[in-house]
Design a protein around this ligand. Structure first.
Ligand code: HEM
Ligand code: SF4
Ligand code: SF4
Length: 512
């Protein structure tokens, strides 16, 4: 039941992304860049925030006036900076919510990813604290409403000696000292946010924190245009003697404030803390599936470090040799960090099918899907494809290669296409005797195992070890990068590829 809801949601996401692929292309598709865009918007908010702070008067009496001056008298810079600061902060909420929803729907939050997911939860809190505390500083009617609401919410906890909301009881009660405290909160909350953002990606190998240049320039231009056509403005100045009646809320940050009036502080605390606990616990909610981790065979490991460099989850470390062999180091797998993607098997130089041994031994292997089994399945798939046929190596998370049922096609799906040592492509053509090999994996910028499709492309292009040998005729190899919904496109691509192979075979006969 749960799986079918998720798989429907996944199909929805994939179709939406496919629609965005048309104008943006796969690598610039913003829907696949939500985490990097949130990072980028943070930097925009930080830079514009520093400028706005320079023009800002931190006293109760001067705050509103200084914001009005930068908005109206220095509209061409101060005003634009203020507007960009606000719009980029709003955009952070949107991209963060889309980012976490996508990771959840696409099932990229369990197992070893728990840490990244778990540390995402405080990010939600700190982003909201940063944004809301920013609105206090304008010290207009909206600031008054939001500041009083926030303080009453805090007061419900009863942890402060005196209610903090008392600072807003009447016009004389708000002091410069307390106002400066509010300013500090707006400076420290984003600094904490940045710190947790760093922790968030700490366990991700080679984390992608910058969006493609086009998306970065495009969204910056979007904020500038927004700032020009709809500049951020203030409400009337705050007046603690009156209760504001008409307010334009920033719904990105303030959606809970109207609920505060109706539900009350206690219910909102229960909702906010309860939801956060549920989000934190998500990675451990069944169904939990975890393949057995990769295992190192020291008799085959020469300490070359390739598995260490290629593992997308930081599960491999290089440690001093423990078996007395004549190498400095050995690979060691941390089972708690290993997803069983098999990318390390594809990167190990010892992983080759060109041996007569019944059992293929390599430096690092998956106990549930080892190299011997891959060679066995490759030979079987090649037999099905036949001498004029195509062998399609695919990935469990990309377009489903098992759906290819035509004669002359053999298929083998792997936990990640990055698990395939390039020597298997050579082997399939030169030994197993197929006419061509298709390599298929997840869409660009969307590899389930993060780096598998990139490493595979680089290995085939000959720019990453272990690379595909030069002797392999490149006309007999093709690549297809698609999502699970792209099975029809994959079938078309195989048909087209086979047609080109027909020509190649004829050419070869002509030459002979
Ligand atoms: C300020 C807000 C956030 C920023 C800037 C941010 C940014 C990022 C970045 C840059 C990555 C690494 C992408 C990669 O290289 O694979 C990432 C991964 C991830 N994020 Fe966030 N994130 C934020 C909030 C959240 C939240 C609220 C959650 C969930 C509660 C979340 C869940 C995840 C997960 C599960 C991954 C791992 C994805 C994977 O390993 O494939 N993030 N995030
Ligand atoms: S199977 Fe994947 S996660 Fe595990 S060590 Fe190998 S590359 Fe790393
Ligand atoms: S890639 Fe293979 S040989 Fe190299 S360190 Fe890893 S297990 Fe050892």
């Amino acid at each position: 039941m749960q799986t079918s809801i998720r798989s429907r949601l996944q199909h929805g996401v994939m179709h939406l992304e496919a629609a965005f692929d048309v104008p943006f292309g796969a690598s610039w598709n913003p829907l696949r860049q939500m985490g990097t865009l949130t990072f980028f918007y943070f930097w925009i908010v930080a830079v514009t925030g520093i400028y706005v702070y320079i023009l800002f008067d931190t006293t109760v009496g001067g705050a509103y006036r200084s914001v009005e001056e930068m908005t109206n008298q220095q509209w061409y810079l101060g005003g634009i900076m203020r507007s960009i600061h606000r719009y980029a902060s709003d955009a952070m909420v949107v991209t963060m919510v889309l980012h976490l929803s996508r990771e959840f729907i696409m099932d990229r939050y369990r197992d070893v990813r728990w840490f990244t997911w778990f540390t995402g939860t405080p990010l939600i809190w700190f982003l909201f604290i940063s944004g809301i505390s920013g609105y206090w500083l304008v010290w207009d009617e909206l600031a008054q409403y939001v500041a009083i609401g926030s303080m009453e919410w805090l007061d419900w906890l009863g942890i402060f000696g005196e209610p903090v909301a008392n600072n807003f009881l009447d016009p004389g009660s708000l002091t410069d000292r307390f106002f400066t405290l509010l300013v500090f909160m707006h400076i420290f909350a984003p600094l904490f946010l940045l710190f947790i953002m760093w922790i968030h990606v700490m366990r991700v190998t080679q984390p992608k924190v910058n969006p493609p240049r086009g998306l970065a320039i495009g969204s910056l231009a979007m904020f500038v245009v927004l700032a020009l056509i709809k500049p951020a403005v203030s409400h009337a100045p705050a007046d603690l003697a009156m209760t504001p009646t008409t307010l334009n809320l920033d719904w990105f940050y303030m959606m809970l404030y109207p609920a505060f009036d109706t539900l009350g502080a206690g219910t909102l605390w229960v909702l906010a803390v309860g939801l956060s606990c549920i989000v934190c616990a998500m990675p451990w909610i069944p169904p939990l599936k975890r393949p057995r981790p990769a295992e190192v065979d020291l008799t085959k490991c020469n300490g070359c470090t390739r598995c260490f460099t290629d593992c997308p989850f930081g599960a491999v470390t290089m440690q001093p040799r423990s078996d007395g062999a004549a190498f400095d180091r050995e690979a060691v797998v941390d089972p708690d960090m290993c997803t069983g993607c098999g990318i390390c098997v594809g990167s190990c130089p010892v992983s080759t099918p060109f041996r007569h041994d019944e059992e293929l031994m390599t430096g690092i292997d998956l106990p549930d899907f080892d190299l011997t089994l891959i060679r066995k399945k490759t030979l079987k798939a090649a037999e099905k494809a036949g001498p004029n046929g195509v062998l399609v190596f695919g990935c469990d998370y990309g377009a489903d290669v098992k759906s290819l049922k035509d004669d002359g096609i053999g298929t083998l799906s792997l936990p990640c296409i990055g698990m395939l040592p390039p020597s298997f492509i050579d082997f399939s053509i030169s030994r197993a005797g197929v006419a061509g090999v298709m390599i298929s994996g997840c869409k660009e910028c969307d590899c389930f195992s993060r780096l598998g499709n990139r490493w595979t492309q680089e290995r085939i292009a000959g720019v990453r070890d272990p690379y595909l040998r030069k002797r392999v005729d490149r006309a007999r190899i093709t690549e297809f990068w698609g999502a699970r919904i792209d099975a029809d496109a994959l079938a078309d691509a195989v048909r087209e590829f086979r047609a080109t192979l027909g020509d190649t075979a004829d050419d070869e006969e002509d030459v002979a």
